[in-house]
Design a protein around this ligand. Sequence first.
Ligand code: B4P
Length: 187
Amino acid sequence: MLKIVLLGPPGSGKGTQSEKLVAEYGVPQISTGDLLRNAVANGTELGNKAKAAMDAGELVSDDIVVGMIRERLEEPDTENGFILDGFPRSLSQAEALDELLERLGRPLQAVVHVKVDQEEIVQRLLERGRADDNEDTIRNRLKVFEDSTAPLVAYYEERGLLSAVSGMGEVDEIYARIKNALPAEAK
Ligand code: B4P
């Protein structure tokens, strides 16, 4: 049973580390970035609405993202847990998540904040080279993170859920740090 949020700037390794957690704990990774990219690739109405914001490195509107997460968390494979990767990204998303998980009777166990230096992030993302990984968009995504997502650190700290780990270094050593930060009931 693992019910956690991975919080961190773009390129901090949330997706990379989620894959390792999925392999070990057998719970699904729920990445709003992946769900949105699928919607864009399939040309759905939702994807068409999200595309411009994603290309600019802005947040997609809360009603789209929260609706997507609500549907995903109601699927049966999340009953034994989930790894939220890239959600929530704003205080209003965090409040919506609290309400949703309370209704489902599945409170969060932990929020792991993966911290990485800004210049390392720019390098990693330029190397990856996804459509939204150009320097201007990356810098905007970092600014959006500071403005909208960083306040979640205090939000989860106040609720006693936050652990911070360094996301610098090798993938496996970061994974060991994340596992160490998980609460006993999740191990
Ligand atoms: P995301 O898909 O979440 O994009 P991301 O933050 O860049 O992903 P991540 O942080 O998982 O990248 P990873 O470290 O795995 O979002 C994209 C866009 O979707 C947003 O800009 C926004 O428009 C929209 N969106 C998503 N969620 C939203 C929400 N909740 N609300 C509103 N809008 C939302 O990978 C980065 C690279 O680093 C990879 O190439 C990886 O191989 C590499 N890497 C990983 N670990 C490394 C290490 N230790 N050393 C070196 N390289 C490493």
